[in-house]
Design a binder for this molecule. Structure first.
Ligand SMILES: NC(=O)c1ccc[n+]([C@@H]2O[C@H](COP(=O)([O-])OP(=O)(O)OC[C@H]3O[C@@H](n4cnc5c(N)ncnc54)[C@H](O)[C@@H]3O)[C@@H](O)[C@H]2O)c1
Length: 336
């Protein structure tokens, strides 16, 4: 079996989560780590028991890698991803794909022209809680008529860059993107959307959002997201309502569901599952490496990533312009 020779670009928090997972996959060789702060690259190389280190993407290219994980901050994803694809390398890039439409389009064009595989890291899809919801829906046990989503953050004070949209792209790109991605993953294509937003604490950006979505399947859903709710639970929750049925998540820890009247209410509790597993990181990495080895589709390919990038831009547009958006028409125009 040929091994996938991986380089990691950006050696901070999330890089260490992926490096830990990949170091346990026999199909992967972690060849090198690069970071503009070479001390960070050295620390991560030590954590995985040794790898070459460098400061730039070109340093990784010289290490003869075939796949690169781009794990630098949000607004620095586009240039390295495009450079990797132009080199014919496979790329796993952490969320977000880009923080504007032009960046997403540059990646899409580069991916379509490359022999490399592009994948966007959207781990929340594979969190145990959401895997369970998806399984209930796919099996036909729960037909989603209506749903209510929420994803909050405690504050945008620590670290200070979280309040700076030039670093994050905006709160939706930093945090709420996870729940926004789940919408189409669970319910299929969105038909229309509307978003109301306000600058409650931040003067630099919208920090409170209420959104309403309709889906081509007929499902309707709302999503609420606040950037400054304090650190008391609950932060994230999905509630799906079907025919005399409800399934509800509690953080990434539990799912509670009842599928009909006069039936037992069941709870699955993932408290004891290690974070990288229950958070979906291990599965997204496994699916990505599977795709490289078996030649199938990666878990979040460039079409899905582009649709998500369009969706975030459309939500902000709706908030700014106070109007409903025909999102299905947008996707047809941009992706076909
Ligand atoms: N999926 C998730 O649950 C999840 C969780 C955390 C972070 N993330 C995403 O991962 C990315 C990184 O976040 P993080 O929390 O690991 O950040 P971090 O600050 O811990 O690490 C970023 C690293 O990138 C390096 N870096 C920054 N600019 C660089 C450049 N131009 N060239 C080379 N190195 C550079 C920094 O020195 C740092 O070591 C972000 O896009 C974030 O949205 C995803």
């Amino acid at each position: 079996m040929t091994t996938t020779r991986v380089g990691i670009f950006g050696a901070g928090y999330i890089a260490s989560v992926h490096a830990d997972i990949l170091s346990r996959d026999d199909r992967v060789e972690l060849v090198g780590v690069a970071d503009m702060l070479e001390a960070n690259a050295a620390r991560l190389a030590d954590q995985i028991g040794g790898a070459q280190t460098g400061a730039t993407l070109e340093d990784l290219f010289r290490m003869d890698v075939d796949t690169i994980y781009v794990t630098t901050p949000n607004t620095t994803h586009v240039a390295p991803v495009v450079a990797c694809l132009n080199e014919g390398l496979n790329v796993f890039c952490e969320k977000p794909m880009a923080t504007d439409l032009a960046g997403g389009e540059r990646i899409r064009k580069a991916a379509l022209a490359s022999r490399g595989v592009y994948n966007l890291g959207m781990n929340r899809r594979y969190a145990y809680t959401h895997d369970k919801l998806k399984a209930l829906i796919d099996a036909g046990d729960l037909e989603p008529y209506n749903a209510q989503f929420k994803l909050n953050r405690g504050e945008l004070l620590q670290p200070a860059w979280t309040a700076d949209p030039s670093k994050t792209g905006g709160f939706l790109y930093e945090t709420t993107i996870h729940q926004i991605d789940l919408l189409q993953y669970l319910f299929g294509p969105i038909a229309t959307l509307r978003c109301a937003a306000r600058r409650a604490i931040s003067s630099a950006e919208f920090d409170d959002f209420s959104m309403l979505f309709t889906f081509e399947s007929g499902t309707i859903a709302t999503l609420s997201s606040s950037a400054h709710s304090g650190w008391s639970f609950p932060f994230e929750r999905v509630e799906i309502y079907g025919r005399y049925a409800t399934a509800a998540t509690e953080e990434l820890e539990r799912v509670r569901y009842a599928l009909d009247l006069e039936q037992v209410v069941r709870t699955e509790d993932y408290t004891h599952i290690p974070f990288a597993e229950k958070g979906g990181y291990a599965k997204e990495d496994r699916l990505f490496i599977d795709a490289l080895h078996n030649g199938g589709r990666p878990p979040v390919d460039v079409d899905e990533a582009s649709a998500l990038n369009l969706l975030l831009a459309a939500i902000y547009e709706s908030a700014r312009e106070h109007r409903e958006i025909d999102f299905a028409a947008r996707v047809r125009e941009a992706i076909g």
